[in-house]
Structure formats: structure tokens, C-alpha cells
Design a protein around this ligand. Structure first.
Ligand SMILES: [Zn+2]
Length: 127
């Protein structure tokens, strides 16, 4: 059958090229192959020297076709913030979670979120 074209990245010309195989003769006896770059004719001493092109690795991060990740603060997410939780206790110096007895940030969110009653929310957040 015909030659299979083997892609290489030529060490000599640096091009993505094809490997050219030609039988090497000594007299009339075939002794091996001549391996050359199809682009520039550089001859490789042996198959081990041939810079075969690697199978292209899948590009995970491709800026051109990756969906633009827009970080949207969803209401659901916002609704779980400690500052909107009835267990959130604001002191002059600290913010605490009454349920977990630990310090929290207003922007923390919690699995055990309990929404404030609207009246309480008003009282706690005068702004
Ligand atoms: Zn070449």
C-alpha cells in the first residue's frame, strides 16, 4: 500500500512537516531507510532521532470558545449569607453566628441558614 504520512516537527527547519522514508541501499542490498524531512530534506540518522509530532493534547482552556463565566450573584446564594440570617449577631467589634457559636463574616454563607423575619431584619439593619 501507499506510504502513510507521518507528521513530524522538523528539528532542522522547525516546520510541521512530513517524514519521508526512502529505502537505503548498499549496492543492491536494502540496508534500511533514509528518513528525511519532506520540507527541507534534513536527514535523520535513525528513527529514534525523528521528532514525531505528538498527538495534540486536548486544549482544556481555550479562551476563544470557552463560555464566558460571568460571576452572577444569584438571589439564592445571596439569601444564604450570614448577614441575612436570624442567627447572625452583630456586636460593635465582632459578628457572630449564634447557632454555631463562632465568628462569621457578613458575606459568609451557611448550610443552616435561617431567614430573618422582615421586622427583625429591619431592626438589625437600620440602613
Ligand atoms: Zn525540515
Amino acid at each position: 500500500m501507499g506510504e502513510t504520512s507521518v507528521e513530524i516537527i522538523c528539528r532542522s527547519c522547525g516546520e510541521e512537516s512530513l517524514l519521508k522514508r526512502m529505502p537505503r541501499y548498499e549496492g543492491f542490498k536494502r540496508v534500511g531507510e533514509i528518513l528525511t524531512c519532506a520540507a527541507c530534506g534534513y536527514e535523520y540518522a535513525s528513527e529514534a532521532d525523528v521528532p514525531f509530532k505528538q498527538r495534540r493534547a486536548p486544549r482544556v482552556f481555550d479562551t476563544s470558545d470557552a463560555p464566558k463565566t460571568v460571576r452572577v450573584f444569584r438571589d439564592e446564594e445571596k439569601g444564604r449569607l450570614c448577614r441575612y440570617c436570624r442567627q447572625y449577631v452583630v456586636n460593635p467589634f465582632t459578628q457572630r453566628c449564634a447557632r454555631h457559636r463562632r465568628f462569621v463574616e457578613a458575606t459568609d454563607s451557611c448550610e443552616d441558614f435561617e431567614p430573618k423575619a422582615s421586622a427583625e431584619a429591619k431592626k438589625a439593619d437600620p440602613s
